[in-house]
Ligand binder design. Structure first.
Ligand SMILES: Cc1ncc(C[n+]2csc(CCOP(=O)(O)OP(=O)(O)O)c2C)c(N)n1
Length: 334
């Protein structure tokens, strides 16, 4: 299958989502640094705490989520804005959550690493490796109910060295669960390069050990991700069990904002720029005559407006009342 066989409206929807993610995160980054310099006080400014952005990795989320239905679940990581947006999480409520506001998805208690939206079957967490067993749980539920929804567990190349990854793969394989393990290999776990932490070159090779299909795909090419994701989702829906997809992505920013990246060779960042999936996709759409510059620039303008509206919503929203702190938590709340 090539790009010619994908309907134009699907391709434009993918472009819209990829560009929205990029615009959103670049705008967030600007707000993140407000009030933080020169000492970079992590609690200062309108966005407190850490901020892990996905710029350069958008193809993993868009190539996968374009195949998903609302009832399918996506469980992301600490770096999950791209998957949240691609799964359709409300941008205003998500932004308010990141800004710690009462109107956020979890009333401002979760922050950027803990975005939960039951209405979209989306969740994520700062616990590296947590997504894998959670997705197995969703897969068991789907199988017991006899329904054809699927679960996508997202994890980084670092997370793939957690025990949870291996236990979850084994159980999903033994029970033929509708789970897709999506490893976003950006080559780094904070400052540790993958080759210093992982004995195999590709995480897709590990799938063999569990008797399931594993593929490795270049994340610079969203169409390539689209193709392998389609196959994995269809296989899961047919009841044939789990798959593993490794998407080789290229992190355009630091591990988190404020990361000086002293550990990172210059060439690695240069490569990330070359492999930029958004720029590559835009080029492809124009070169193949699938879209015009006018069509793409209209989409870009609409995204910029939507992102600005989400930021304004978050800025204008109130902070939670102090008494909210004990609600919805184990310690003495109701
Ligand atoms: C269980 C656990 N151990 C350690 C950490 C600290 N930590 C946060 S991100 C990270 C690296 C994750 O690397 P990877 O899975 O490759 O994802 P990436 O950040 O590259 O997207 C670590 C070790 C954590 N949050 N949770």
């Amino acid at each position: 299958m090539g790009v010619e066989e994908i309907p134009k409206e699907t391709l434009l929807e993918m472009y819209r989502t990829m560009h929205k993610i990029r615009t959103y995160e670049e705008t967030l980054a600007k707000w993140y640094y407000e009030g933080k310099s020169p000492r970079f006080d992590i609690s200062a400014g309108p966005i407190p705490g850490e901020l892990h952005l996905s710029s350069g990795q958008e193809s993993a989320a868009v190539g996968m989520c374009i195949h998903l239905k609302p009832e399918d679940a996506v469980i992301g990581t600490h770096r999950a804005h791209h998957f949240a947006i691609a799964k359709g999480v409300d941008l205003k409520k998500m932004t308010a959550e990141i800004f710690g506001k009462a109107t956020g998805l979890s009333g401002g208690k979760g922050g950027h690493m803990h975005l939960f939206d039951v209405s979209k079957n989306f969740s994520c967490s700062g616990i590296v490796g947590a997504s894998f067993p959670q997705a197995v749980g969703v897969g068991i539920a789907a199988k017991l109910k006899g329904e054809d929804y699927v679960a996508v567990a997202v994890g980084g190349d670092g997370a793939a060295n957690q025990g949870t990854f291996h236990e979850a793969l084994n159980l999903a394989a033994v029970w033929k669960l509708p789970v897709i393990f999506l490893i976003e290999d950006n080559g780094w776990a904070i400052s540790v390069p993958k080759e210093k932490s992982t004995a195999v070159a590709k995480n897709s090779e590990r799938a063999k050990a569990y008797g399931i299909p594993g593929v490795s795909v270049d994340g610079a090419d969203v169409i390539a991700v689209y193709e392998v994701a389609k196959e994995a989702v269809e296989r899961a829906r047919r009841g044939e069990g789990p798959s593993l997809i490794e998407v080789r992505t290229y992190r355009l920013r630091g591990h988190f904002e404020g990361d000086p990246q002293l550990y990172r060779p210059k060439e690695d960042l240069e490569l990330a720029k070359e492999k930029d999936p958004l720029r590559n996709f835009e080029k492809l759409l124009l070169e193949k005559g699938i879209a015009t510059e006018e069509e793409l620039s209209r989409i870009r303008e609409e995204n910029e407006k939507e992102v600005q509206e989400a930021i304004d919503f978050a800025l204008k929203s109130p902070y939670p009342e102090p008494e909210e702190a004990l609600k919805g938590v184990f310690a003495g709340g109701d």
